[in-house]
Ligand binder design. Structure first.
Ligand SMILES: Nc1ncnc2c1ncn2[C@@H]1O[C@H](COP(=O)(O)OP(=O)(O)OP(=O)(O)O)[C@@H](O)[C@H]1O
Ligand SMILES: CC(C)(CO)[C@@H](O)C(=O)NCCC(=O)O
Ligand SMILES: [K+]
Length: 244
């Protein structure tokens, strides 16, 4: 059994895998990290490996205490990945994006793939059919858009994500929901049109905390899987074991 842990910029997600099947999923705050992992390992004492991808400010040392209990692997740029990295600044590429790209490459072989992760930030990652990772885009996530508008203006309230009634927002709150949600939908559809122009065929994977909310609002049908990062972490770890 493998315990996978995704440390994002907002919260931590974890899944326990038996082979490729996720047995249980967890979401928790950064300050609860050690305690929650202890609880998970008590519930699943057969976990033999702990695999971590962190883009937050939590480093490898935080997992030191578990090393006497099981094998700990903290993914870095030094690991083997199943794609050719064409990013011109490979060392600054987020490890979460590398894991998503690895998962897409392994799960959908020999085709163009676009991964969209709607989390704290929205990331777009494109891996072509020859397994070249080309890059993509980074933009503010839905919650960040609401928070930024509130924090940097005097009169905009702090709203929580809600479906707009129309693209014509007829009140302050409706105008803000329209701007955030429709703006994002137009953004994705616009990016997809760009990729369509240059690549005839590709699959799209939508993941992250806002994936389910967004999936049903897009013009393009998209396969949404909010657990894709953790599944990819498990799969990339198997790839690493087989290729090291
Ligand atoms: N309890 C919650 N706390 C924070 N965000 C939430 C929560 N529930 C849903 N969300 C949505 O999830 C989005 C954040 O996504 P996610 O949880 O994947 O981010 P994250 O943990 O920072 O991961 P990453 O850094 O990998 O994007 C927010 O835009 C928000 O709308
Ligand atoms: C973009 C985020 C914040 C998304 O989680 C993360 O992947 C990151 O910190 N990336 C570093 C910059 C880059 O990927 O080019
Ligand atoms: K993200």
């Amino acid at each position: 059994m493998v315990l996978t842990v995704d440390i994002g910029n907002t919260r931590i997600k974890a899944s326990v895998f038996e082979g490729s099947t996720a047995l249980d999923n967890f979401i928790f705050e950064k300050k609860e990290l050690v305690e929650k992992i202890k609880n998970i390992l008590e519930k699943f004492p057969n976990c033999s490996d702990l695999v971590v991808a962190s883009v937050g400010n939590i480093e490898k040392q935080a997992f030191l205490t578990f090393e006497k209990q099981l094998k700990v692997h903290f993914f870095t740029h030094e690991d083997v990945f199943p794609f050719h990295n064409k990013y011109t600044t490979p060392k600054t590429l987020g490890i979460d994006r590398m894991i998503l790209a690895a998962g897409a490459t392994l799960k959908f072989p020999k085709q163009n793939r676009l991964v969209i992760d709607a989390g704290t930030c929205i990331t777009y990652d494109f891996i072509d059919e020859n397994d070249n990772y080309l890059g993509g885009a980074i933009s503010p996530g839905l919650r960040l858009r609401y928070e930024a508008m509130h924090n940097y203006t005097a009169r905009l309230p702090l709203l929580t994500l809600e479906a707009p009634e129309s693209y014509i927002g007829n009140s302050t709150t409706q105008a803000m929901h329209s701007g955030v949600v429709n703006g994002f939908v137009y953004e994705i559809d616009g990016f997809i049109d760009d990729y369509r122009r240059d690549f005839s065929n590709f699959i799209i994977i939508l993941t992250g905390g806002d994936a389910d909310f967004l999936a049903k609002r897009l013009k393009n049908t998209i396969f949404a899987n909010s657990n894709f990062l953790l599944e990819s972490l498990n799969q990339t770890y198997q790839y690493k074991i087989d290729n090291d």
